[in-house]
Structures are given as structure tokens and as C-alpha cells.
Design a protein around this ligand. Structure first.
Ligand SMILES: O=C(O)[C@@H](CO)OP(=O)(O)O
Length: 211
């Protein structure tokens, strides 16, 4: 058995609440988002884990979520590395648009393909494959070596940047990843084998309501 990798999507942001495509835009958490991050932190405290290092994106909603979690697990001063490689998928021209307005304009199916497909980019933005092409190398070179040394590593990031990682860890197909939605503030605890494959995965909360 090697180390532990914990992935958590940030709590609800202002733009999640307003139903706007967000991407690299930088809204903070809502009150509910703060509660979700605190609940995720409390679940990790109950689980009894102490981290060796934390990673987050260059965006406030993920950084704020990480801070709340670290307070809950009693590690407010933990070494934290921020990198835009972990940023949300760039939504391009959709950024800032209302998701229902986009459905009315382009149709339900097209918007679902832009939101959840593997290799169809939204106009001017990144497909999930494009996002994975920056998240995965960062994971391999920066995060995974520390996990393989036996460390416990926390990553607070975003719905789609984490979907690109979970797709590989969980061995999901292009079709399988269409249905993958991550809930806000719910930690996923992966134990990795020494060869970097997944030994076990535990979800500390309810993923069923995610959309
Ligand atoms: O707007 C976004 O950046 C993402 C995450 O909130 O939205 P979606 O769930 O549509 O990919």
C-alpha cells in the first residue's frame, strides 16, 4: 500500500447559484458553499486523516474551500501549493452565460455535450480532454510522486478538472464520463498501490444529487 489521495470539489460558488457557466472566472463561495466545505472538512476530521500537503487551483472558490477544510482537520498552516494547472475547464465563450439561456439558444442536447462530453470543446474553450491534458501531467509530475512516497495528499479543485482526473483513476470510458458528476464539498479518498493503481476508493458523503 502506498499513500492516500483525497480529491474534493469546491463548495457552491456564487455563479453555481446563479446558474452561470464559470470556468476560469473567479467567484467566491456562497453561504451554502461555505457550509458544504465545512461539512467536507468535518467528514475528513471524522475519518481521522492528517495531510502532508495540499494542492489547489489559482481560483478563489477552490482556495477558500481548502482553507475551510484545513481549519476543520486542524491543519490551518499545512504546506499548500496553488497551480492553475488544476483550474476549472475553460468554458470559453460560454463563460458568464446562464445555462438555461444557453439551452434555449443551442438546445438541451448540445449544451449537455459541451458540459459533459469528453472531446467536444465549448466554443473558444477546453474539452474535458483538453483539461485533462494539463491536469494529468501536473498530477503525474507533482502530486503522484508524493502519494507514492506514502504521503497523504489533499487536492481541492473543480468539477471538471477533477472529472478529468477521476476518469483516469476510475478507468471510465468516454461514454462513462458523460454521466460522472461530482458533488460540491464531498471528499473522495483514494488509496493507491505502489504501482500508482487505485487500491480503494471511499466517498465521504452523498454524490447522488450532483449535476
Ligand atoms: O460552470 C462551470 O465552470 C462548471 C462547474 O460549475 O459547470 P458545469 O457543471 O456546467 O460543467
Amino acid at each position: 500500500m502506498s499513500g492516500t489521495l483525497v480529491l474534493v470539489r469546491h463548495g457552491q460558488s456564487d455563479w453555481n447559484l446563479k446558474n452561470l457557466f464559470t470556468g476560469w472566472k473567479d467567484p467566491d463561495l456562497t453561504e451554502l458553499g461555505i457550509q458544504e466545505a465545512n461539512a467536507g472538512g468535518a467528514a475528513l476530521a471524522d475519518y481521522g486523516i492528517k495531510f502532508d500537503v495540499a494542492y489547489t487551483s489559482a481560483l478563489v472558490r477552490a482556495q477558500h474551500t481548502l482553507k475551510l477544510i484545513l481549519d476543520k482537520v486542524g491543519q490551518p498552516n499545512l504546506e499548500t501549493i496553488r497551480d492553475q494547472a488544476l483550474n476549472e475547464r475553460d468554458y470559453g465563450d460560454l463563460s458568464g452565460l446562464n445555462k438555461d439561456d444557453a439551452r434555449a439558444k443551442w438546445g438541451e442536447e448540445q449544451v449537455h455535450v459541451w458540459r459533459r462530453s469528453y472531446d467536444v470543446p465549448p466554443p473558444g474553450g477546453e474539452s474535458l480532454r483538453d483539461t485533462g491534458a494539463r491536469v494529468w501531467p501536473y498530477y503525474l509530475t507533482e502530486i503522484l510522486p508524493r502519494v507514492l512516497r506514502g504521503e497523504k495528499v489533499l487536492v481541492a479543485a473543480h468539477g471538471n478538472s477533477l472529472r478529468s482526473l477521476v476518469m483516469v483513476l476510475d478507468k471510465l470510458s468516454k461514454e462513462g464520463v458523460l454521466a460522472l458528476n461530482l458533488a460540491t464539498g464531498v471528499p473522495m479518498v483514494y488509496k493507491l498501490n505502489a504501482d500508482s493503481t487505485v487500491a480503494s476508493k471511499e466517498v465521504l458523503g452523498d454524490m447522488s444529487g450532483a449535476h
